[in-house]
Structures are given as C-alpha cells and as structure tokens.
Design a protein. Structure first.
Lengths: 183, 267
C-alpha cells in the first residue's frame, strides 16, 4: 500500500481545519462557517482504506476540537461514524458520479454537526443554539455538498499528476491483423 | 464486510476517544494547546503574509497622503500627552483622597496589544485565538478589550497563543451594572441571532428603571473584570418570570465580528 495518498488526505485535512479557523469571507457573508472535514471524509471513505479513514476521523476531529471550545474528541466520533457507514457500503455507491458525491456530501455535512451537538449536549455543555442555528446547519450542509465533488476532482488531479499511470495494454498485434479485401 | 481485526481496531479507537472526552478540564486544556501547537507554522506564515501585505500596501501610498497622516498623528499625540498630564494630576488627587478616606488605592490598567489570528471553527461557540501567550505574561481569566469596550476573557493560555472566549458565548457570564445602580448578568443572546453584537442582560429587578440607550458597564464583582469597562448600550427590555425580573438586550460597544487587534489586561 502506498503511503502517499494518506499523506495527501491528512495534509488536506490539516489545511482545511486551518482555513476554517482563519477569518474568511464566507463566514462574514453567510453567518456560518463551512466544515470541510465531512466532504473530505466522504472522499476518503470511498477511495481509501479503513486505516486512512480512521486516521482522518481521529486527527481531523482532534485538530478541529483543539482550535475550538469543543471538548477534545467531540468531533471525532461523528466523523468516524459517517466514514464507517460510507465505507461499509462503498461497493454499492456510484462514487464516480457527481450527483452521488453531492448527495453523500450533503448527508455527511448534515450529520456531522448534529452528531457533535448530540455529544456536546450529552456532556452537559451549553452550545449557542437558536433559530439561527438552523440557517447555519443548512449552510454547513450545502457547503459540504458543494465541497465533496471539488474534493474528488482535486485529489484525482493530484493523483494523476504525482503517481505513475498504468500503461494501457492493447490487444492489437500487427502480425495478427486480418487483412481484408483482395491482395 | 469488515474483518474481526478491523472491528477490534475500531472498538479500541472509540474507547480511546470516549476516554479523551472524560478527561478533566485542566488536562484537556493542556492537551488542546499541545495539539493546536501543530498549527503554529501556519499561523506564523499567515502573520508574515499579513505583515508583508500591509507593508506592500504602505509602499503604494502617495507621499502627500503619508505626510498628511503623519501630521494628523503628531497632532493626536500632542493632544493625548496633554490629556495624560491632566489625568496624572487627577490620578494623584484621587489616590490622596482615597488614602484619606481609607479606601484601597486603585491601580492603573496594564494592557498589551494582541492580534487576532483565528476564530472558532465551530458555529456554536464564540471564541478567537490571539498571538500572545504565557511567554507574554498571559494566563487564564484576564480581561480582553478594545478601545470601544469589553470583548471577553482569556480562556486558556499556551506559550505563544491564547484562546479568548467572547461576550455572547454561553461559557462567559459577566456581572454588569446599568446606570450605576442596577446590576445584572451578561449572558448569551437567547435567540442566537445573526447579529453577534447582541447579548442579553439578565436578572435585572422586576421594577427595573433601566431604559433603552443607557450604558452597561462591568460591575467588578467576581474578580475577573475590573469595574467600569464599557460593555454596550441597552436596546430594549422585556419582563421575565411573570414580571419578577427583567431581561434587556444589549448592543455591544465592540464589534466582535471584525476583531483584528485586542488589548489584554495584564494582572
């Protein structure tokens, strides 16, 4: 197994968390911060092994929580559950289709904040929730839905640029060509 | 289907995460600072880029504009020096009178400028990261403010960075006073609106004489915030608990959504 794809995914997760922390235009315009980790998790669960998926859930979640007021580990379990559910049924999913990627991204983006909030509320924390949180949840869901196909495109390009491409073998052999017509 | 070894691996991960969630506050805080320390190079890079862009922007300003700004700053500086001299005299008089009456002497605020380098990635908390840490004398529970008013307090301090919990976050409650006579508690806005400049002032008395437009300042009880720091102005009031208490909405004096630099009040 090559370690390079795992490094790419982890680097992307690290940068994604940093971007979420940086004050940005989206947050000031929409009033909500888009979480990129669910989109990355959809990509990883569909294209990588279990170890990479678990590593992304653990490291991504811990990085996110370390820069937030969330208790450490609150984001890990929802990411892990999302990843596992997709990983288990990935043979049935049409991962190459943009439509499928968007739908999976939407579902992951919707489930991640709900899962984290479930853990927070069970831990006795009092996060800031109100009617406006519904809008924030919709923005997060839509953001993850839009980010998932972008994730697929970016990683595919990266893979094509940095990895050896398999030589396409053709069954054509000139010595076995059937000559038609009169000689 | 997953193999048995995979299941064992997953169960181990889940148990570890659950154990992590049960860590006591102090240990968790230290662990968070250690993990977030991994982002230091990126924060440094972001800082350098910001400074470089600032310098590049400064280089583009015409000389006439720079001279005008320089003259304006010199004028402001002289005016402030005159006010400072007047304040020094008032301060000395205040100290003398306090000694005569037997009151404790007031100490001057020691403040340090910090740059905001990040915001909480979760939508349900209000906190920011600043570029000062324990190396600069910061520790938990120090007041953070801007020239406009109170911003929040230091939640945890790493060596070079600190996390500041902002007003309006459910984890921060501040005792406040309106019009020098009515006290209440500043809490998060119950409706969690788009405008993060609105917070609630709770537990005012039922027969509160507070009115919209009045100033709300820190009361000074609790030992974290010194008295008299501007918080904001009352927007409206509504009775609570069948008129037994009153709740007011307060518009914060400091603009929390556009924070770039803040002042940390040192002990």
């Amino acid at each position: 197994m090559s370690w390079r794809p795992t490094v790419f995914v982890m680097t992307a997760a690290f940068v994604a968390v940093f971007l979420e922390v940086s004050p940005g235009l989206f947050r000031s315009l929409l009033g909500a911060q888009i979480d990129l980790l669910p989109a990355l998790m959809v990509y990883t669960a569909l294209t990588h092994g279990l170890a990479t998926m678990v590593l992304l859930a653990v490291c991504g979640g811990l990085w996110f929580d370390s820069l937030s007021l969330n208790p450490l580990g609150a984001s890990v379990l929802p990411l892990l559950v999302i990843g596992l559910l997709i990983y288990r049924s990935r043979d049935l999913l049409m991962r190459e289709h943009v439509y499928a990627q968007v739908v999976l991204g939407l579902m992951a983006g919707a489930a991640q904040p709900l899962g984290t909030l479930f853990i927070l509320l069970n831990k006795g924390a009092t996060p800031l929730l109100g009617w406006f949180s519904l809008w924030q949840w919709l923005v997060m869901t839509a953001g993850a839905g839009a980010a998932t196909p972008i994730c697929f495109k970016l990683f595919d390009r990266l893979r094509r640029a940095l990895e050896y491409q398999p030589v396409t073998q053709t069954s054509f052999r000139p010595d076995r060509e059937i000559k038609r017509g009169r000689a | 289907m997953l193999k048995k070894s995979n299941y064992i691996f997953l169960v181990c991960v889940v148990v570890l995460v659950l154990a992590l969630l049960q860590l006591p506050g102090g240990t968790m805080s230290k662990l968070k600072l250690a993990i977030s320390g991994l982002f230091l190079p990126l924060f440094g890079l972001s800082n350098s880029t910001h400074e470089w862009l600032g310098q590049a922007g400064g280089g583009l300003l015409p000389r006439g504009e720079l001279l005008r700004q320089n003259a304006q700053l010199r004028h402001d500086n002289q005016e402030l020096q005159i006010r400072l001299a007047q304040d020094a005299a008032l301060w000395a008089e205040n100290a003398r009178l306090r000694t005569e009456v037997g009151w404790t002497r007031q100490t001057r605020w020691r403040v340090k400028l910090a740059r905001v380098i990040g915001r909480d990635p979760a939508n349900w908390w209000r906190s920011v990261e600043i570029d000062l840490g324990s190396r600069d004398g910061l520790r938990a529970n120090l007041a953070v403010l801007t020239p406009d008013g109170l911003v929040g307090k230091v939640q945890s301090a790493g060596e070079t960075r600190s996390q500041v919990v902002l007003l309006g976050d459910p984890n921060l409650r501040v005792s406040a006073v309106v019009n020098n006579n009515e006290t209440g508690i500043i809490t998060a806005n119950s409706s969690a609106t788009l405008d993060d400049g609105l917070i609630d002032l709770d537990q005012l008395s039922g027969a509160s004489g507070a009115k919209p437009g009045q100033n709300v300042v820190t009361w000074g009880e609790g030992g974290v915030f010194p008295p008299g720091i501007m918080i904001g102005k009352i927007v409206d009031l509504r009775p609570k608990e069948y008129g037994l208490s009153t709740e007011a909405r307060v518009k914060l004096a400091a603009n929390l959504s556009a924070l770039e630099e803040v002042w940390v009040m040192l002990p």
